[in-house]
Design a protein around this ligand. Structure first.
Ligand SMILES: Cc1ncc(C[n+]2csc(CCOP(=O)(O)OP(=O)(O)O)c2C)c(N)n1
Length: 495
């Protein structure tokens, strides 16, 4: 009986190695027949090396199918062994063992299917967007349970207004030729301020470049912003970077690098160190929809998921990456679905609703720290300003589109409507506050403008402990050239 079954098994294997039909189904049918003959244990010990040997012969013929088939063979082999070891009475086994319906893969169990179906490239219904306030600033859901105090709400609102005013005045100063460059956060004020409000000051921030409001919330002064924009000697980067590349060691805000996405893997590394040190804090990194088209985003998401680090990936999906609209950026349902692919809990939120942002970041932070997990937030918003002062966005999108977002969807107006409906704010407070901030911003510009620039020598220090000779030579050359042509160089830059 045993030898006839062995012959049968050999024939079966040879047949299947030649056959183009589903190998797995045939293996399944074969093992079922073994159960039937009650000789599984005898065959099992003999069949394993046989399967592998036969397979080795096959692999020389067809390398592409090789790994597939090897996996199937090894799998069946393991299943046969485990079945025998589990039960001493094979008559008790069902005809179709459940273990043969499931692939016990190292990454988790997977059910087999007989259907040849590809996963869809799109979802019928897009992932829903969480919101708390409607377009008119009225509750879309239960606001009271969020327990937002009057003090917090006013602080959030006034910071949003400060950001708005700052943007307007600094933008104008660039147009007047007083600073070389600027980028506004127009349309993304709620993202900036409400996300910052939901964090703790000991959480680390790895920004892209459109999040100065997070610094503002943490106490970066208007003067500090202006010093950076004017690149004067009080600026922490010593005038080596373009305007808007803010940073503050004191406020746990890493200096803007503007490389769109390099901050994302850096954030994961920092979160990993927080995990190792068992800190009660997390990391947040901000990036635009354009940033998700880089390899850095994908590598960072995967690392974060596998290492289980407390990092919040905050994607400001503002519809545009300079002149590239999101529908030319990706074919997926935005960014939120990418979280699932990497095994990262994810949510899509209304990026123009301050309360939705606050609540989502607050909960994400709790999850990140308590469960030591990354979280992805996709905030749907709109870049209502030009990309930067080097851009004219009306060249690639309609004025009507911009106006619609500046009007109906304006996050500052929406939040104001809500605090006014609570009786916490009014028109008088509004105009007093705006005019006071406008004066303050004008004042810091005047101060920053008059402060001397960092010396030329600062271009050459802070990198090497002992500068290499070529750098010394370059510095000597610059000094000589500037001295020789003093009239061609700014007088407020000392040597
Ligand atoms: C690595 C890299 N590639 C390209 C650029 C040029 N660049 C600067 S901003 C930008 C668009 C980024 O768009 P997005 O990430 O959506 O952010 P948004 O400006 O819309 O806030 C590009 C391509 C860059 N700075 N760095």
């Amino acid at each position: 009986m045993a030898s006839s079954c062995l012959t049968k098994s050999k024939n079966f294997i040879i047949f299947n190695l030649k056959s183009k039909s589903s190998f797995t189904d045939r293996i399944s049918a074969f093992t079922n027949s073994l159960f039937h003959h009650r000789l599984l244990h005898t065959v099992n010990h003999t069949i394993s090396p046989l399967l592998v040997r036969k397979h080795a012969g096959y692999s020389r013929v067809n390398r592409t199918d090789d790994s597939h088939r090897f996996f199937e063979l090894a799998y069946v082999q393991r299943q046969l062994h485990s079945t025998v070891s589990v039960s001493s009475d094979v008559t008790q086994l069902p005809v179709e063992s459940p273990s043969l319906q499931i692939l016990d893969f190292p990454g988790g169990k997977v059910k087999f299917t007989k259907k040849l179906t590809f996963t869809s490239n799109s979802t019928e219904e897009r992932v829903h967007c969480y919101r708390v306030l409607d377009d008119n600033g009225q509750p879309f859901t239960d606001v009271d349970s969020l327990e937002i105090s009057k003090e917090l709400a006013i602080k959030m609102y006034t910071n949003m207004v400060t950001l708005e005013v700052m943007d307007t005045v600094f933008y104008e100063s660039q147009r007047q030729g007083r600073i070389s460059f600027y980028a506004t956060t127009t349309g993304e004020e709620a993202i900036n301020i409400a996300s910052a409000a939901a964090l703790n000051d000991n959480d680390f921030v790895f920004p892209q470049y459109r999040e100065p409001g997070v610094l503002l919330w943490r106490g970066f002064t208007l003067q500090e912003f202006a010093n950076q924009l004017f690149g004067n000697k009080h600026e922490y980067g010593k005038g080596r970077q373009m305007p808007i590349h803010y940073g503050s060691r004191k406020l746990n805000y890493f200096t803007v690098a503007s490389t769109v996405a390099t901050q994302i893997p850096h954030a994961v590394g920092a979160a990993y160190s927080l995990k190792m040190e068992k800190q009660d804090s997390c990391v947040i990194t901000y990036f635009g929809d354009g940033g998700t088209s880089t390899a850095d985003f994908h590598a960072a998401m995967n690392f974060a998921a596998v290492l289980e680090v407390p990092v919040i990936f905050f994607c400001r999906n503002n519809g545009w990456a300079i002149s590239t609209p999101v529908n030319e950026q990706f074919r997926s349902d935005g960014v939120v679905v990418k979280g699932k692919a990497y095994g990262v809990p994810s949510i899509r939120i209304d990026g123009n609703d301050a309360l939705a942002i606050y609540n989502a970041v607050y909960e994400a932070r709790k999850m990140a720290i308590k469960e030591q997990t990354p979280v992805l937030i996709e905030a749907l918003t709109y870049r209502a300003g030009h990309h930067t002062t080097s851009d004219d966005s009306t060249r690639y999108r309609s004025v009507e589109e911009i106006e619609r977002w500046r009007g109906d969807q304006n996050p500052v107006k929406r939040f104001r409507a809500w605090i006014e409906s609570r009786g916490w704010w009014n028109g008088v407070a509004e105009s007093e506050y705006r005019s006071s901030i406008r004066k303050q911003v004008a004042q810091v510009i005047q101060v920053a403008e008059r402060v001397e620039k960092p010396p030329v020598a600062d271009m050459f220090n802070d990198v090497y402990d002992v500068p290499p000779t070529n750098l010394n030579e370059q510095e000597a050359f610059v000094q000589k050239t500037v001295k020789k042509h003093r009239q061609d160089y700014p007088s407020d830059v000392p040597l």
